[in-house]
Design a protein around this ligand. Structure first.
Ligand code: BG6
Length: 512
């Protein structure tokens, strides 16, 4: 007989790990930073915990002349020192490194692809899997020739296994270029084989937004305009552009963070409950949120957005240069390193609730969070001034110090009925330890298993650009901001405070 009451385990049990389909991962951009810092450490950890099998191989592609052994030793250090790697040991690396191979070549030229095909066949003869996972981790301009080259060489279709392709961001730089790239991709690959990656979706705490909302019954009834006053979504980094000056000059904070990671956080916070947790249903619900976001006219862009650029300042007490002094950056650059936007989601659930989004580099503290601010009590029973009544906030901390805090008013001990704000705080680290998979690990395994739920669909990417491109265009026409307008190590530009203050609110401090 079944019982409705399940025993509560005293200890958390480690769920058994799923295995990805065996495959050959072909990485374009094999000598790049992302491969060294993220992709190889993620694949290494997956191999260590038994998520890959013996036919699993990696083929890196780059323009630098390297032997397989050179390639392996370059990657070893990145894996050994990565904060994402959980299982490093020399013995394990030795086993893993034997599966790493390298091919030199210029992937922007179509005559490279027959060589690639021959190399893949050679590896398969030596036992590599027939399933192929291409990973495009190159500069954005190389994605179209790579996709076309794969198509022309007959590498996009595979009669002996599956073929999938992961595309790294940036996925285009505006609506037109994203549509063009989507067209090229759709001529070569079926949409179900295309995995557009947004690594935020692989973060445990980002997936937990859905779990928190749809795996509990008490939050959903208040998750709407009747109870929520406004929502704040922050991604603050202390890092600067980290040697990526040239890339960043062409990108800026709006394209780099808001057009993808921040909109993903907004979608997960605002979406309707899906009827099932599968790729099409979840992505369909998310896309509905984008469709409901009010597009902005030029005047609205001037009113609802703020751009910032950091000048010299101090991070953790140490002096750091301003953005214009970074290598590869124009000394008169007008590229924004900070963007704040007030979005309006015009649907039944969220009408009238502003979503304030901010993302910036070289800010006072690293903090990524979604803070949902609830309306005040209708009556100020414990305060003379209604403005002094605390309002409840649910803060979903994505990183660091991952967790969830609910703030509420409690009675301050004493003879009077005075309220004081306190926090109920859940910490991932205290509950589960540090042994959680890195975002790229989760996403690579999902792609190997053919689960695209945490990847961005074609219509979703285009809908993201439909919101962002008018802002970029208006910024190009509006008078430039007086850059630099915030010192490194601060909370951002003053104008961003004005943006939210206009509605009588204030940003949460980054020092929480
Ligand atoms: C990347 C951006 O997509 O995300 C970087 O290009 C940014 O500029 C990074 O630093 C932030 O990712 P995370 O996982 O460190 O929050």
């Amino acid at each position: 007989m079944s019982t409705l009451v399940q025993p509560v385990p005293h200890k958390l049990e480690t769920p058994s790990l799923p295995q990805g389909d065996s495959c050959l991962v072909v990485i374009f951009g094999g000598t790049g930073d992302l491969t060294r810092r993220k992709l190889i450490p993620a694949l290494f950890d997956l191999a260590c915990v038994g998520c890959t099998n013996r036919n699993f191989r990696v083929l890196g592609i780059g323009r630098t002349e390297l032997t397989d052994d050179d390639f392996r030793s370059r990657l070893r250090e990145g894996t050994a020192t990565s904060k994402d790697t959980r299982n490093f040991s020399d013995g394990r690396w030795h086993d893993f490194a034997r599966r790493l191979h390298y091919l030199v070549g210029d992937a922007s030229r179509s005559d490279f692809f027959p060589h690639l095909k021959a190399k893949i066949e050679e590896l398969q003869k030596q036992g590599a899997s027939k399933n192929i996972l291409f990973y495009v981790s190159t500069s954005a301009s190389l994605a179209p020739p790579i996709v076309e080259g794969l198509g022309e060489a007959g590498l996009a279709r595979n009669s002996q296994g599956w073929t999938r392709i992961i595309l790294e961001k940036p996925f285009g730089r505006d609506l037109n270029s994203a549509q063009e790239l989507n067209e090229i991709v759709s001529h070569v690959f079926e949409e179900r084989s295309v995995y557009r990656i947004d690594h935020y979706l692989g973060k445990e705490t980002v997936q937990n937004i859905m779990m928190f909302r749809f795996g509990n019954s008490i939050f959903e009834p208040v998750w709407n305009r009747n109870y929520v006053e406004y929502v704040e979504i922050t991604a603050a980094e202390t890092l600067g552009v980290e040697g990526r000056g040239e890339f960043y000059e062409e990108t800026g904070a709006l394209r780099d963070m808001v057009a993808n990671h921040m909109l993903q956080l907004l979608m997960l916070t605002a979406m309707e409950p899906p009827v099932a947790f599968d790729a099409d249903t979840v992505r369909g619900q998310k896309e509905q949120v984008l469709r409901a976001i009010r597009p902005m006219s030029k005047d609205e862009v001037a009113k609802f957005t703020v751009r910032g650029q950091y000048g010299p300042g101090k991070i953790d007490g140490k002096p750091v240069p301003g953005y214009r002094q970074e290598p590869g950056v124009n000394p008169n650059s007008l590229t924004e390193t900070y963007a704040a936007v007030e979005f309006h989601v015009d649907n039944w659930r969220w009408a009238g609730v502003p979503f304030y989004v901010r993302a910036g580099k070289r800010l006072a503290k690293p903090l990524t969070e979604v803070a949902v601010h609830f309306k005040r009590t209708p009556q100020a029973l414990f305060s003379r001034n209604p403005e002094d009544v605390h309002h409840n906030v649910i803060a979903l901390r994505i990183q660091p110090n991952e967790g969830i805090a609910l703030s509420f008013g409690a009675k301050q001990p004493g003879q009077e009925m005075r309220a004081i704000r306190v926090d109920m705080d859940f910490s991932y680290h205290d509950a589960f330890g540090t042994d959680t998979p890195a975002a790229y690990e989760t996403l690579l395994l999902d792609a190997m298993r053919g689960d695209a739920t945490l990847f961005t669909r074609r219509d979703e990417v285009e809908a993201e650009w439909r919101i962002i491109t008018p802002i970029e265009e208006a910024w190009a026409q509006l008078p430039p901001s007086p850059f630099p307008n915030y010192p490194a190590g601060s909370e951002g530009p003053q104008a961003a405070n004005q943006l939210i203050k206009y509605d009588r609110f204030a940003w949460r401090s980054l020092q929480v």
